[in-house]
Ligand binder design. Structure first.
Ligand SMILES: Cc1cc2nc3c(=O)[nH]c(=O)nc-3n(C[C@H](O)[C@H](O)[C@H](O)COP(=O)(O)OP(=O)(O)OC[C@H]3O[C@@H](n4cnc5c(N)ncnc54)[C@H](O)[C@@H]3O)c2cc1C
Length: 479
């Protein structure tokens, strides 16, 4: 049984490594940074600790399954709590809606904010989301897409078409809901996959299902970074090694496929299988020419984001964990981002994880154009100043003197993200499922890929799944 090297200790790489180590494979993970997590990272500014990536976990069952593969109970490693509300949405007219996962509680919210007729429509739409999710998850999300036949599921495709999955997301929602606020609450998630609700397909309504119906979770201790930390600790228990602070320089091959990985420090790790779980475009220089994938010829990246993390010497007692502030110019937001311009009146995501001990950390994320589309040398001072002003207008006070960390597209690029976006390729139809860069290099036996550049795509549950799928393929291969 030959060893496996995983390049990248982001959530995709860690997921693959845990499954392989749990199945008895000898596994080494190579990570360029000094700690695990990749996008799900952490940073300190003075006394304050911030999560630099995801702010919530959806579909915790996916993570539980990974721990389960190693006969471990996620609850012992990483106690989670469900957030209530999942999100607070504040609209440009000052009204607000708390998104609650429980059906009755959410219907009540809709009844209060949008009226009883809309609440009845909401209940019907929620049933549609349930059904879309039930069909889509096993057939196209939690499923291997490395072969075209992965798409050949006529019954599921027909059902999705009947449910409106191939209409545009905004039209699908507007067919069922009438209150523009509720429509926004169920379509803004297309931003997560780099598209506008006018462009994304209705199948992406499943993201709204994952967070508005499935609920959002957060580790009891240690913030989101506790997730990769727990996975790395599990790997340690399973006897796998993680090499931090060293980059993979080249995946080595002979006529029969991969033979190992050469590290930047000159060490060579022999391997019969390699899982490359990092930025797929940057990884091209590690790979033999035979690993080229035609799907990467014209990559279309997602927009990026400007994030300000600030430490406050006060608590924010009434602040929800997650607040979405919608700007007035909603449609224009997407037109601008698509054209490489900042949003005219930005919609923002504010996260305030532990607001009540006299101190708080506040993170605000503004979706913004990536490096391919905009000149950030010019934009950065302007946008940072505008974001600080906007936060003050929204009642968060003057953050300009607060200890803070700012992450903009050049900072994402410095962390290894092509085009300065940590959201990889967008999820337009031609970059989805089998059409997304393949998770296997057929002409280089033993070479697999995981992470957000492969199917199912961007986000914590999808990259965890991609790692599991890579491990399952490897365990089936007789190399
Ligand atoms: C600000 C932000 C907010 C987000 N919010 C959410 C959210 O709320 N919910 C959600 O589900 N998702 C969210 N996401 C998306 C989610 O975090 C990512 O899709 C996911 O974590 C990506 O994981 P990955 O393993 O594919 O890649 P990465 O996390 O990028 O991991 C790749 C790893 O490979 C390493 N590496 C690169 N090159 C080499 C090399 N040559 N040798 C060795 N190591 C190398 C990198 O250092 C990195 O650690 C967010 C992301 C960001 C940035």
């Amino acid at each position: 049984m030959r060893s496996v090297v995983v390049v990248g200790a982001g959530l995709g790489g860690l997921s693959a490594a845990v499954q392989l180590a749990a199945a008895g494979r000898e596994v080494t993970v190579v990570e360029a940074m000094g700690e695990p997590g990749g996008c799900c990272g952490t940073a300190r500014v003075g006394a304050y600790r911030f999560d630099t990536g995801p702010s919530v976990l959806t579909m915790p069952g996916v993570l539980a399954e990974i721990f389960g593969a190693a006969d471990q109970d996620l609850r012992h490693w990483l106690p989670l709590r469900r957030l209530d509300p999942s999100y607070r949405m504040v609209f440009d007219d000052g009204s607000r809606l708390d998104v609650r996962a429980e059906r009755e509680a959410m219907a009540e919210q809709v009844r209060t904010v949008c009226g009883p007729a809309e609440a009845a429509r909401y209940e019907r739409y929620r049933r549609l989301l349930d059904e879309l999710f039930r069909v889509e998850w096993p057939a196209f999300i939690d499923a291997d897409m490395t072969r075209l036949r992965g798409l050949a599921r006529p019954a599921a495709l027909l059902r999705l078409a009947a449910l409106g999955g191939f209409r545009r997301l905004d039209r699908l929602a507007a067919r069922h809901l009438t209150d523009p606020r509720l429509i926004k609450a169920h379509t803004f998630q297309s931003l997560y996959v780099g598209l506008s609700p006018q462009r994304a397909l209705g199948i992406y309504a499943v993201i709204a299902h994952m967070d508005t119906v499935g609920g959002v979770y957060f580790p009891e201790r240690g913030g989101m970074h506790a997730i990769p930390a727990a996975m790395a600790a599990l790997l340690d228990k399973l006897g796998a090694g993680i090499r931090y602070g060293v980059r993979a320089r080249r995946v080595e091959t002979d006529g029969d496929g991969v033979t190992g990985v050469l590290l930047e420090d000159g060490e060579r790790l022999p391997a019969g299988h390699v899982v490359v779980a990092c930025d797929r475009l940057a990884a091209r220089r590690l790979l033999p020419a035979l690993a080229d994938d035609w799907r990467l010829r014209r990559p279309r990246h997602s927009p990026s984001c400007l994030v300000i993390h600030a430490g406050l010497e006060r608590s924010l007692p009434d602040q929800a964990h997650h607040t979405l502030h919608f700007g007035r110019a909603w449609r224009e937001t997407f037109t601008a981002l698509a054209a490489g311009r900042p949003q005219p009146d930005p919609s923002l995501l504010v996260t305030c994880p532990e607001p009540d001990d006299g101190h708080a950390t506040l993170s605000v994320l503004e979706p913004a154009p990536n490096l391919r589309r905009a000149d950030w040398g010019r934009l950065r001072p302007e946008l940072e100043a505008r974001l600080l002003r906007r936060m003050a207008e929204l009642g968060y006070g003057d953050l300009s003197g607060a200890p803070r960390l700012v992450l903009d597209p050049p900072a994402w690029a410095a962390r290894g993200h092509t085009a300065g976006t940590p959201f990889a390729l967008d999820h337009r139809f031609t970059q989805t499922a089998w059409l997304r860069p393949s998770a296997v290099a057929r002409r280089v036996p033993g070479l697999h890929f995981a992470g957000m550049y492969t199917a199912p795509g961007v986000g914590v549950p999808p990259v965890l799944i991609s790692g599991r799928l890579a491990a399952e393929r490897i365990l089936k291969e007789a190399r």
